[in-house]
Design a protein around this ligand. Structure first.
Ligand SMILES: NC(=O)c1ccc[n+]([C@@H]2O[C@H](COP(=O)([O-])OP(=O)(O)OC[C@H]3O[C@@H](n4cnc5c(N)ncnc54)[C@H](OP(=O)(O)O)[C@@H]3O)[C@@H](O)[C@H]2O)c1
Length: 258
């Protein structure tokens, strides 16, 4: 296979969670442009349907699905429906992530539990549902979006840091367990991305100061995540397994981190 062809995803079905905006939307577009049928997930189907329609209008294959990742029954019901409708999922891209910036002293135990359930527990549930089919077909790609806090903690956000660290560890555990079935499990750890969620953080002197700490000296554009996702989803990344691909402009390589 020619090297550029090895980035193609023709005939593959990919589920991308949290695809209505931000990094999820960028990665969903990349997988669709590479030829996959992309199932775009949002909190509700209505929230993400315009994005799916946009891809279809560009001649790409896309569909939408809505469910709240905090509801275990909703996750199970939606996966039943998706698997019945599409038959299989070849690529699972776990992008949903909530962040709570309250310190250990301020966050309530139930809020800590809820965030870990969304950022880590729900991912486990999705994996458990797509895994049997992947094992049967001896092919699958599981990619989870963590964060540079999966290795380095900032002051604050203990629930987010714990969940993302757990997700990185789960990725390694799955790689160890599922590799023999032809399934690769990897993570992407973004640094400072100028997504809608971070809009206020990018502004003014605090935003500029944060950018100066990054060796590339700037915030990342959301679309700069897409290449990493495509590499890990496609035959080009076939021997990458159990890896966390850091996409952070070099910040975590420095001692100026966080
Ligand atoms: N941006 C960064 O600099 C950065 C850095 C490190 C890691 N990350 C990680 O990268 C991922 C994407 O980041 P982003 O900046 O693109 O975030 P974002 O803009 O906040 O997007 C997150 C998406 O997840 C959805 N979502 C959140 N909670 C949900 C729930 N309970 N059920 C269903 N959907 C839910 C959101 O839906 P709604 O639109 O309905 O809220 C949104 O579409 C996250 O996992 C984040 O932790 C981002």
């Amino acid at each position: 296979m020619a090297i550029l062809d090895s980035f193609r995803l023709d005939g593959q079905i990919a589920l991308v969670t949290g695809a209505a905006r931000g990094l999820g939307w960028e990665m969903a577009q990349a997988l669709a442009e590479a030829g996959a049928r992309v199932l775009l997930h949002g909190r509700t189907s209505e929230a993400v349907q315009p994005r799916a329609a946009e891809l279809v209008s560009r001649g790409l294959a896309a569909d939408s699905v809505g469910f709240d990742m905090s509801g275990t029954a909703a996750v199970e019901r939606a996966m039943d429906m998706l698997l019945a409708r599409h038959g299989r999922i070849d690529i699972l891209l776990n992008n949903v992530g909530e962040r709570d910036r309250r310190s250990v002293q301020r966050i309530e135990p139930e809020d800590f539990d809820r965030l870990v359930a969304v950022d880590l527990g729900a991912v486990y549930r999705l994996i458990k549902r797509v895994m049997p089919g992947m094992i049967e077909r001896r092919h699958g790609r599981i990619i989870s979006v963590t964060s540079i806090v999966d290795q380095h903690a900032a002051n604050g956000s203990p629930s987010y840091t714990a969940a993302k660290g757990g997700l990185a560890a789960l990725t390694r555990a799955l790689a160890a367990e599922l590799g023999r079935h032809g399934i690769t499990c990897n993570a992407i750890a973004p640094g400072f991305f100028a997504t809608e969620t971070n809009a206020t953080m990018t502004q003014g002197e605090p935003g500029a100061q944060r950018a100066r700490r990054v060796p590339l000296n700037r915030w990342a554009e959301p679309k700069e995540i897409a290449g990493a996702a495509l590499l890990l989803a496609s035959p080009a990344g076939s021997y990458i397994n159990g890896h966390t691909l850091v996409v952070d402009g070099g910040i975590s390589a420095t001692y100026d981190m966080l």
